[in-house]
Design a binder for this molecule. Sequence first.
Ligand code: G1P
Length: 190
Amino acid sequence: IVPPGINCIYVRQPKALGLGHAVLCSRPVIGNVPFAVVLPDDLISSDVSVVKQLLDAREAQGGGSVVAVQDVALEDTKKYGIVSVDDAACPVSRVRGIVEKPDPSVAPSRLAVIGRYVFEPEIFDYLARQAVQQAGVGGEIQLTDAISASLAQVPTYACRYQGHRYDCGSKQGYIDATVSFARKRGFKIN
Ligand code: G1P
């Protein structure tokens, strides 16, 4: 169901070259303005949408990119982009480093990026540079690598979001989400 005033525009990713490449494919539609990325396999139930939480954090910081984060178990760092920040105890803190799916033995922290991002449009330049460097290599173009390359120029913040996340990329998470949302909508499930 499309809310009033919303247009849906679909862009095809011609080759499966990774998340960063998928985001880069949207450049002709987005142009030179800040934008949000929402990965739908991370389903989040929250009172305030996580994108709104990131936008509020961005406004409080006076601009910049913002990524949603949560603590994960040490053995799970290899499933996520992991950030190092100025102050991990703060709800919003400046990101100083980010690495994709590190082994627990080398993970800079247990703060994992969840599939909600707000980006300054400059991220496209970093993704495009990666696409040129990797053209022909056949490797994926990682969003995490572009964020990492941009950190010196683009202030980037990690925001501990409020909400409950279901990892619908895993069978268990998908079942948990289905049962939980069904219950919320009045289905009786034992
Ligand atoms: C992607 C990102 C990763 C992020 C994760 C969140 O990984 O590459 O940095 O932590 O989404 O769900 P994927 O789940 O596509 O392997």
